[in-house]
Design a protein around this ligand. Sequence first.
Ligand SMILES: Cc1ncc(COP(=O)(O)O)c(C=O)c1O
Ligand SMILES: [Zn+2]
Length: 431
Amino acid sequence: MSDVVTGLVCAVCGTAVSISQALSWKCPLATEADTHHVLHFENTIEPFRPTDDVNPYLAFRKYLAVDSFGAAIGLSEDERIRIITQANDAVKAVAGTGFLRTPLYRSNELSDALEFTAEGGVWIKDETHNVAGSHKARHLFTELLHLLFAEAAGVAPWTSSTRPSLAIASCGNAAIAASTLAAAVQWPIYVHVPPASATEVLTALTELDADVRVCPRLPGDAAGDPCVLRFREAVANGAIAFGVQGTENAWCLDGGRTIGWEMTEEMGPLLDRIFIQVGGGAFAACVGSSLRSAGVHPKLHAVQTEGCAPLARAWENALATGGARNAGPRWKECMWPWETTPVSIADGILDDETYDWIGVLDAMADTGGAPIVVSEQHVMQAYELVHTLTSVNVSATGVAGLAGLLATRDQIASDERVVVVMSGIERVVPR
Ligand SMILES: Cc1ncc(COP(=O)(O)O)c(C=O)c1O
Ligand SMILES: [Zn+2]
């Protein structure tokens, strides 16, 4: 049986969507004028018993919403496993690696430098060798599987020869991950990037055959990021949202949970705290919901920088208006875009709005965690520490969680066991 995920429900307005509904990216009540809706998955309570497959999408298949979706639209277990395996082989052919559990280990160097005792310490979850060099592909793979399952079961409004293009707005890890997966299955993709994108990233996207669309601000453009405006236009014209924001495509909130399940399986009840760097919030929301579905509760800390910290503000506002849990219906009171231009050397977490804030607040409330806002000095110090003491080639964005640990070290006991996720490789050497 594969029925752990039973349906989707909007965390804002409560609208339910059946698990058998194909292309259920958004709440049916979301409109261009009212984007404040996000579908979350509903799970039954099941003992957590993954299999020991090296591919996380097979090991945790039973707990993935996309597997329940495949079963609900009539694909047999063998067919689902075949599609997952073939897609993973195709990813491997393009990316050099398929999806494999990523390493989780105690960093003795960081543990000593931060004066933890032998009982406690700092554990690194290393996503830098994941497909496309960051954790982003984990989220996108369940969007891809949803598309492949729908196509195979004949419930998609296209065939393999008339596929509409995928679309994303990003000039960083998410764009590279999305283009890698698209290339693997030869699915066309539009990537909307700002004029000032790093040459290294543009070259990588072009090599992956992405249709790169540079988006300057046009006369008459509404407020907001022109890349997002062009992305939304593409989607309105029939493209499929293929990004890592739960508000645009809820199925990114499925596969991201494999990171948390891997940590849970290996360390589970031993863990005291997890620090996650937060941009749009899908990453932290997924780690949070994976912990809950597996029944472990290390404190979750969402980390942002002083230059862009809308989540900590939402946390305070939610506490003041009825509590941090289930704050979705209070979106307007809690979450709005950061007013000043976001700046930080951790430039991958400068989303002016934490789109997936509801899931992140739920997880922090569930686990007794709290948000942390760090200074640029903390990010630089975290970056220096990791590059001096370890061999992980991580970006400033990817160490921002460790900056959260540095900023709060005096409030953490020396025998606690804490995890930081090195979430993305350094692509562009800092100038
Ligand atoms: C390396 C890295 N870490 C963390 C994040 C934050 O993830 P999210 O936007 O889901 O909060 C990003 C997002 O771009 C990233 O590239
Ligand atoms: Zn809704």
